[in-house]
Design a protein around this ligand. Structure first.
Ligand code: SAH
Length: 230
């Protein structure tokens, strides 16, 4: 359903050049992210969004739609998030250059690429194996060498590399997974959508000792978190 209207305007047109992608990306940052109604202010986040080639992370047939103010299908029933949501979540995570960050829901690898420009190391987990393989290849091809991809169930986190300074979850579970809280360092931040389709909230959580303090910050729509068969 989503592909048809997109294709009518995105697929038929001439293939764009690198310089037109650059111009589209600049406009995306100005109009969708930094504009007063949108309010993304972190200069590092705006710079990363202006630099990472989003068109390299979407299917070829949709490259001309890569800088639209929308999520896009990436195959296997999954989507790459709307640019604003990527920027918003990245800003809320308050990334530091020394941070080690865990992402659950690699998808296209785009969010991981944005983060990898802002932090020391990104670990990202994807449950759909062909998506994990493709994202790993794309991240490597584009030189994002500080992002490591694992194919598996992100509910369990990645204990070998814990604790993490920050965790970003880009699929929606019905509760905050306990293993992720455990793998967050004391004082660490997590951003995570929680709830059933149609009624999800994005939560910002901060860990203090054994407690986690959380606040709802935005109603959102993410694909549900799947669970691997035990
Ligand atoms: N961050 C992505 C978009 C994510 S879409 C990007 O930048 O493109 C959400 C992704 O979460 C999907 O690819 C889906 O397959 C994945 N997912 C769902 N449940 C998961 C789980 N338990 N562990 C890891 N990934 C999961």
């Amino acid at each position: 359903m989503l592909l048809l209207p997109l294709c009518q305007s995105a697929c038929d047109s001439q293939p764009a050049t690198e310089s037109s992608f650059l111009a589209q990306r600049k406009r995306m940052v100005e109009e969708q992210l930094a504009a007063p109604g949108r309010g993304i202010q972190n200069p590092g986040v705006l710079d990363a969004m202006a630099t990472v080639p989003r068109h390299e992370f979407v299917p070829k047939a949709l490259q001309n739609a890569a800088y639209w103010d929308e999520p896009l299908p990436i195959g296997y029933g999954q989507t790459i998030s709307q640019p604003f949501i990527v920027a918003f979540m990245t800003e809320k995570l308050d990334p530091k250059t020394t941070d080690r960050v865990l992402e659950i829901g690699t998808g296209s690898g785009y969010q991981a690429a944005v983060l990898s420009r802002l932090v020391a190391e990104v670990y990202t987990i994807e449950i759909v194996e062909p998506l994990a393989k493709r994202a790993e290849a794309d991240l490597k091809r584009l030189g994002y060498n500080n992002a490591k991809v694992l194919a598996g169930d992100g509910y369990k986190g990645w204990p070998d590399h814990a604790p993490f300074d920050a965790i970003i979850v880009t699929c929606a579970p019905d509760h905050v997974p306990q293993p992720l809280i455990e793998q967050l360092r004391d004082g660490g931040r997590m951003i995570i959508p929680v709830g059933p389709p149609g009624n999800q909230q994005l939560y910002l959580l901060q860990k203090h000792g054994t407690k986690a303090e959380q606040q709802a910050i935005l109603p959102v729509r993410f694909v549900p978190m799947k669970r691997a068969q035990e």
